[in-house]
Design a binder for this molecule. Structure first.
Ligand code: MG
Length: 161
C-alpha cells in the first residue's frame, strides 16, 4: 500500500462561484483561481499523485496553460484517477479536512462525499469529509481563504503474482 498527502489553498472573493468537491454551494463569495479553484479536488488529486509517485498537479496541469482556464476540477481529478488506474493502482480510501470559516459545510458534506466516492471509484464509506473553521484567526478565520488537506491510500488493483 502507498499513502499520499495533498494540500491546497485558494483565496475567497465576492461574486465568484464556490465549488467544493465538485459541489456548487450557494454563497456570496467563491474561490479565485485559474481553474474553478476547487480546493477539495485539487488536494485529493495531489494526494493521489503523491501516493503513486507521479509528482503534483502543478506539473500536470500548469496554471499558465490556457487549456486549464476555468477547468471543472472534477475533470482534473477524474483524469488523475485514470492515470492511477492505468498504472495498476486502485484507491483504498480518502480522508479530507476542509478549513473554512464560512459557509458552514455540515449540510454539504454528503454531496461532497458522494462526488468524491464516484470520482475515486470507491464506496462512500471509503471517503470521509471533515470541516473545520479557522476560529476567526489567520487567513481562513478572517474569511480570506479556504484550505483543504487530503490523505489517500492506494494499493495495486490486482494482487502481485
Ligand atoms: Mg488549487
Amino acid at each position: 500500500m502507498r499513502v499520499g498527502i495533498g494540500h491546497d489553498t485558494h483565496r475567497l472573493e465576492e461574486g465568484r462561484p464556490l465549488i467544493l468537491g465538485g459541489h456548487r454551494i450557494d454563497h456570496p463569495r467563491g474561490l479565485v483561481g485559474h481553474s474553478d479553484a476547487d480546493v477539495v479536488c485539487h488536494a485529493v488529486a495531489d494526494a493521489l499523485l503523491g501516493a503513486a509517485g507521479l509528482g503534483d498537479i502543478g506539473e500536470h496541469y500548469p496554471d499558465t496553460d490556457p487549456r486549464w482556464k476555468g477547468l471543472d476540477s472534477t475533470r482534473l481529478l477524474a483524469e488523475v484517477v485514470g492515470r492511477l488506474h492505468a498504472g495498476g493502482w486502485r484507491v483504498v480510501n480518502c480522508d479530507v479536512i476542509v478549513h473554512a470559516q464560512e459557509p458552514k459545510l455540515g449540510r454539504h458534506k454528503p454531496a461532497i462525499r458522494a462526488n468524491l466516492a464516484r470520482l475515486l471509484a470507491v464506496g462512500e464509506s471509503e471517503v470521509n469529509i471533515k470541516a473545520k473553521t479557522g476560529e476567526h484567526v489567520g487567513p481562513v478565520g478572517r474569511g480570506e481563504a479556504i484550505c483543504c488537506e487530503a490523505v489517500t491510500l492506494i494499493e495495486p488493483a490486482a494482487p502481485a503474482g
